[in-house]
Design a protein around this ligand. Structure first.
Ligand SMILES: NC(=O)c1ccc[n+]([C@@H]2O[C@H](COP(=O)([O-])OP(=O)(O)OC[C@H]3O[C@@H](n4cnc5c(N)ncnc54)[C@H](OP(=O)(O)O)[C@@H]3O)[C@@H](O)[C@H]2O)c1
Ligand SMILES: [Zn+2]
Ligand SMILES: [Zn+2]
Length: 370
C-alpha cells in the first residue's frame, strides 16, 4: 500500500507559561521515527482538557527543557499511514481517536491485563512524554496540530455513526470519569453517585453515570450551573459556597460513590466524606495545582468506613467499551467547536472557566466540520 508521507508535522506550541494567555505559536517539528506498529493520523478534531492548561502553565511543576510543547490529547482524525504491524485492524482512511496515553511497554503485568495506563514501566503521555519502546528518547507531540504519529495500539476506532467531534473529548475527559464509575460499581453496587465540579470531566461524569443507571448529585461551588446539571440528568445539586460542612447538612450518608473532578485547591475533606455511606469510595480525578489534598482526619475514614483513591485516564480497552456504550445510547456531550486557528481564543476562554462543557478545536483544512 502506498501512503502519502510528504506532509509536514506542525502545530500550535507553547514555549512559556504565559502561552495559555493566547500566545501559542505555529511551529514545525520532527515526529518520532515511524515504527512498523505506528500510524499517522490527519487530525480533524482535538478537545481542550484542563490538563493541557496545567501542563503549559507549569501549574503542575516546571517544564524545564520540555518547551516547546504541543498539547492536546483528545484527538480524532483520519488514518493516513499504516505500518506492517499496525494493530486493532486499523486501515488507511479509518477515523480513529487517541487519548491521553500514546505508549507503554506492552508486556508488563498491567499492560497484559488492559491496564496500560498503570504500566510498570510508566505510561507515555500523548504530550510532554518521551517514547522508549520505539524511537527511544523521541518527544511525544499532542493534537493541537495537523498530524499525529504514534503506536496503533493506542488508537481507538470511532464507532460507525458517532459524530467524530463529539467522540474527541470522550478520549480523555469521558474515559477518565467512566473508568472509576465502572471500577467502583456504578449502576450495580453504587446507585447514588456524587460528581464534584461540573466542568468538562464533571459533565461526562453526569452523562455516563446516568447512562449506567445511577442517580446523580452534582456538587458545585456556585449556583451558576444548576439548570445545566438538571438538563444533563442530575437529580440533585449541592452548592458548597465556601462552607461545605454547612452545605452538606442533612445529606450525610446519601452517596455510594463520589468522583471529584474539581481542581479546587482547598476542600473540607471531612465534610465531603460525610456524604458517603459506609463502604463508599471517594475517587479523585481532578488534580489541584497545589499538589496536595487537604488534611484528612483519621476518624472521618475510620468512623465512616470510607475509602479515598484516585484514577488515571482510561485504558484502550475501556475507551472502546465506553465509546460502544455512548454510541449505542446516543449520549451526546456538550461541546463548542472552535476553528483550530482560533486556538489562541479558545484556550484563554477555557482558562476563564467559560467552557460549557468542552471546547473542541476543528482542523478545517484536514476535513474537520465546524
Ligand atoms: N485523573 C486523570 O487522569 C485526569 C484526566 C483529565 C483531566 N484531569 C484533571 O481533572 C481536572 C478537571 O479537568 P476538566 O478538563 O474537567 O477542567 P474544567 O472543565 O476546568 O473543570 C473543572 C471544574 O472544577 C470546579 N472548580 C472548583 N473550584 C475550582 C477552582 N478553584 N479552579 C478551577 N476549577 C474549580 C469547577 O466546577 P464547579 O463550577 O461546578 O465548581 C470547574 O468547572 C483537572 O485538574 C485536570 O487536570 C485528570
Ligand atoms: Zn485530559
Ligand atoms: Zn507495561
Amino acid at each position: 500500500m502506498s501512503a502519502q508521507t510528504d506532509y509536514k508535522f506542525a502545530g500550535w506550541a507553547g514555549d512559556a507559561p504565559d502561552s495559555i494567555e493566547g500566545k501559542l505559536k505555529w511551529i514545525e517539528y520532527e515526529p518520532k521515527k515511524f515504527a512498523e506498529d505506528d500510524i499517522d493520523i490527519k487530525i480533524q478534531y482535538c478537545g481542550i482538557c484542563a490538563s493541557d492548561i496545567s501542563t503549559l502553565s507549569e501549574g503542575w511543576g516546571p517544564m524545564k527543557d520540555a518547551y516547546p510543547q504541543i498539547v492536546g490529547h483528545e484527538i480524532v482524525g483520519e488514518v493516513v499511514r499504516v505500518g506492517k504491524d499496525t494493530k486493532n485492524g486499523i486501515k488507511m482512511g479509518d477515523i480513529v481517536g487517541v487519548g491521553a496515553q500514546c505508549d507503554s511497554c506492552l508486556k508488563c503485568h498491567y499492560c497484559n491485563k488492559d491496564q496500560e495506563n498503570y504500566c510498570s514501566g510508566g505510561m507515555v503521555g500523548t504530550y510532554n512524554g518521551k517514547f522508549s519502546r520505539t524511537s527511544e528518547g523521541s518527544k511525544s507531540w499532542g493534537g493541537y496540530a495537523d498530524y499525529w504519529r504514534g503506536p496503533s495500539h493506542f488508537a481507538i476506532p470511532i464507532p460507525e455513526g458517532m459524530d467524530p467531534a463529539e467522540a474527541a473529548p470522550y478520549l480523555c475527559g469521558g474515559g477518565t470519569m467512566y473508568t472509576p464509575l465502572v471500577q467502583h460499581g456504578a449502576g450495580k453496587t453504587a446507585k447514588n453517585i456524587g460528581i464534584i465540579g461540573l466542568g468538562g470531566l464533571g459533565h461526562f461524569g453526569v452523562l455516563l453515570a446516568k447512562s449506567l443507571g445511577c442517580e446523580v448529585t452534582v456538587i458545585s461551588h456556585s449556583a451558576r450551573k444548576k439548570e445545566d446539571a438538571e438538563k444533563l440528568g442530575a437529580s440533585h445539586f449541592l452548592i458548597t459556597g465556601d462552607d461545605e460542612a454547612k452545605a452538606f447538612k442533612g445529606h450525610e450518608r446519601s452517596l455510594d460513590l463520589i468522583i471529584c473532578s474539581s481542581n479546587a485547591p482547598d476542600m473540607n475533606m471531612t465534610a465531603y466524606l460525610s456524604l458517603l455511606r459506609p463502604g463508599g469510595n471517594f475517587i479523585l480525578t481532578g488534580v489541584p495545582e497545589t499538589g496536595k489534598i487537604s488534611d484528612i482526619s483519621p476518624f472521618s475514614l475510620i468512623m465512616g468506613n470510607v475509602h479515598i483513591g484516585g484514577s488515571l485516564i482510561a485504558s484502550p480497552a475501556t475507551l472502546k467499551e465506553m465509546l460502544a456504550l455512548v454510541a449505542e445510547k446516543k449520549v451526546h456531550p456538550w461541546i463548542k467547536k472552535w476553528p483550530m486557528d482560533k486556538v489562541n481564543e479558545a484556550v484563554p476562554d477555557m482558562v476563564a472557566g467559560n467552557a460549557r462543557y468542552r471546547h473542541v478545536l476543528v482542523n478545517v483544512k484536514n476535513g474537520g466540520k465546524l
